[in-house]
Design a protein around this ligand. Structure first.
Ligand code: NAP
Ligand code: ZN
Ligand code: ZN
Length: 347
C-alpha cells in the first residue's frame, strides 16, 4: 500500500505535524475509506499529551471519522465502493467474550482495539486514527452513515454522539425526565440535543454565561451557572439524571446534591486526576454515581439512525488540518462552538 498522509504527535510535548502512515492492504473483510472529515474530541488532547498514561508515539489521533468507501474485500457484504461510512473509537474486539456477545465491545474482556493509541487484536500492530486521508477497518466496525445528514457535521456523532446517547438510553430517558447536562462542549451539546429529542426537560449546567443562548437553541429549557453557588441551591434535588462531560477535575459532591432521591449521575469526562466523593453525597437519597464508555457498535448504528430520523448533527467549526494545534488550545479554554472538525482534503 502507498503511504497514507496523516498528522501525528511525535511525543507528549510536541505539536502535531505531517506524518505518513503505512495502512494495511485491504483484506477479505476490510473496508477502505477515504476520510472526508474527522472531529476533534477532547480525548485526543488527553492522549496526545499523555494525560492518562501509557501513550504510544508517533500518535495519529482521531476517532470521529466519516468518508466514502473506496475499496472492499471479497467477503464484505455491508458496503460497496462509493458508500458513505463512519468509524468511531474502536476498530476491533475479540468478538467472542461475554461482553462482546452482549454488543458491548467497548468492554471486551481482551481489551478492544481502539482506533488510535492502541493495537490491533494481535497486540502488536499499532493503530492510527482519523487525522489522516484514509483508513482500512474490518466491516464489523464500520458504520453506515445517512446521506440525509450534513457529512462534516455527522463526524462528531461517532464519538460525542454515541458517548452521550448510550447513557441516556441505559438510564431509560423518556418524555418529561429532568436531565442536567454539565459542560457545554462537544459531548455536552450532543447530550442536550439527544436528550431533548428523547423528550427530556434539559437544563444546561455551565461555567460560561455566554453559552446560555446557545444552550437554549440546542434544546435546553433551563440554564444554571455553576460558578454561582445559588445554582446548586436552586436546583437541589431536581434531576433524574445528570450527564457530566467536564474534562477537568471538579467537585462531584456539589452536583450529586442536585439529584432527586435514587437519581443517577453519569461521569463521561475523564479528568487526569481523581476527585474525592463523600459517602454522604450518595447515602442521603440512595443516589447513584456511574460512568459510561462510548457505546457498542450496534448501539452506535442505532444512534446514527436515531440522529438521521431526528435530523440531529453536531454544531461544528470546520477547519483545515494545519489549524489542529490552535484548535486544541482553544478547546482547553472552553472556546469551542461546539466541535472542531478537520477537513481532510486540506491534508
Ligand atoms: P470539550 O469540547 O473540551 O468540552 C468540555 C467542556 O467542559 C467545556 O466546553 C466546558 O464547558 C467544560 N469545562 C472545561 N474545563 C472545565 C473546568 N475546569 N471546570 C468546569 N468546566 C469545565 O470536551 P469533550 O470533547 O466534550 O470531552 C469532554 C470529556 O469527555 C473529556 O474528558 C473527554 O476525554 C471525555 N470523553 C469521554 C468519553 C467516554 O466514553 N466516557 C468519550 C469521549 C470523550 P462550559 O464552558 O459549559 O463550562
Ligand atoms: Zn472521543
Ligand atoms: Zn471481547
Amino acid at each position: 500500500m502507498p503511504l497514507t498522509k496523516a498528522f501525528a504527535a511525535a511525543s507528549a510535548t510536541s505539536a502535531l505535524a505531517p506524518f505518513q502512515v503505512d495502512r494495511r492492504a485491504v483484506g477479505p473483510h476490510d473496508v477502505q475509506i477515504e476520510i472526508a472529515f474527522c472531529g476533534i474530541c477532547h480525548s485526543d488532547i488527553h492522549q496526545v499529551r499523555d494525560e492518562w498514561g501509557g501513550a504510544t508515539y508517533p500518535m495519529v489521533p482521531g476517532h470521529e471519522i466519516v468518508g466514502r468507501v473506496t475499496a472492499v474485500g471479497g467477503h464484505v457484504g455491508k458496503f460497496k465502493a462509493g458508500d458513505l461510512a463512519g468509524v468511531g473509537c474502536m476498530v476491533d474486539s475479540c468478538r467472542t467474550c461475554a461482553n462482546c456477545a452482549r454488543d458491548l465491545e467497548q468492554f471486551c474482556e481482551k481489551g478492544a482495539a481502539f482506533t488510535y493509541n492502541s493495537t490491533e487484536m494481535d497486540r502488536k500492530t499499532q493503530t492510527y486514527g482519523g487525522y489522516s486521508s484514509s483508513v482500512v477497518v474490518d466491516e464489523a466496525f464500520v458504520l453506515r452513515v445517512s446521506p440525509k445528514l450534513d457529512l462534516a457535521a455527522t463526524a462528531p456523532l461517532l464519538c460525542a454522539g454515541i458517548t452521550t446517547y448510550s447513557p441516556l438510553r441505559y438510564w431509560k430517558t423518556k418524555k418529561g425526565d429532568k436531565v442536567g447536562v454539565v459542560g457545554l462542549g462537544g459531548l455536552g451539546h450532543m447530550a442536550v440535543k439527544i436528550a431533548a429529542a428523547m423528550g427530556a426537560e434539559v437544563t444546561m449546567l455551565s461555567t460560561s454565561p455566554s453559552k446560555e443562548a446557545d444552550a437554549r437553541k440546542l434544546g435546553a429549557t433551563g440554564f444554571g451557572l455553576t460558578s454561582d453557588d445559588a445554582t446548586f441551591a436552586r436546583l437541589r434535588g431536581h434531576f433524574d439524571l445528570i450527564i457530566d462531560t467536564i474534562s477537568a477535575p471538579h467537585d462531584y459532591n456539589k452536583y450529586l446534591g442536585m439529584l432527586r432521591i435514587e437519581g443517577a449521575m453519569v461521569l463521561l469526562g475523564v479528568p487526569p486526576t481523581p476527585t474525592p466523593v463523600a459517602a454522604t453525597s450518595l447515602i442521603f437519597g440512595r443516589k447513584i454515581l456511574s460512568g459510561s464508555l462510548i457505546g457498542g457498535i450496534a448501539e452506535t448504528q442505532e444512534m446514527l439512525d436515531f440522529c438521521a430520523e431526528h435530523g440531529i448533527v453536531s454544531e461544528i467549526e470546520l477547519i483545515p488540518v494545519q489549524q489542529v494545534n490552535e484548535a486544541y488550545e482553544r478547546m482547553l479554554k472552553g472556546d469551542v462552538r461546539y466541535r472542531f472538525v478537520l477537513d481532510m482534503k486540506t491534508l
